[in-house]
Design a protein. Sequence first.
Length: 136
Amino acid sequence: MSMFKIFDTAATGMSAQSLRLNLVASNLANVDNVSSSIDETYKARQAVFGAILNQVNPDDPATGVQVKGVVESDAPLNMEFAPNHPMANEEGYIFRPNVNVAEEMANMISASRSYQSNVEVVTTAKKLMSATLRLG
């Protein structure tokens, strides 16, 4: 693997974790939204990642990560009886998103640490390349 491929690989990881952080922020921002219909209620979103495989040499390991898509959670929405709420449906129920705040905070910490690890890879590779150039 070329030394420059390290930067490409780390960049794909940073990009993926950045998307993951954005999805966590979106989920947390919508945690208190209320709707009168199941179809209109915000549903938690998660990123789906996949490996970028080496097309030139299949024996080499994966060369990065790609976002395969963003999926909505299929967890049940939170239905609450609140007949006096202005958004209540005809039966008196409101619907809240299926966002789990504790789970989202864990995702945020994990994504943040993964992003930082990729930054450290780039920093270390840059230092090693600089040291190699000083040797020559």
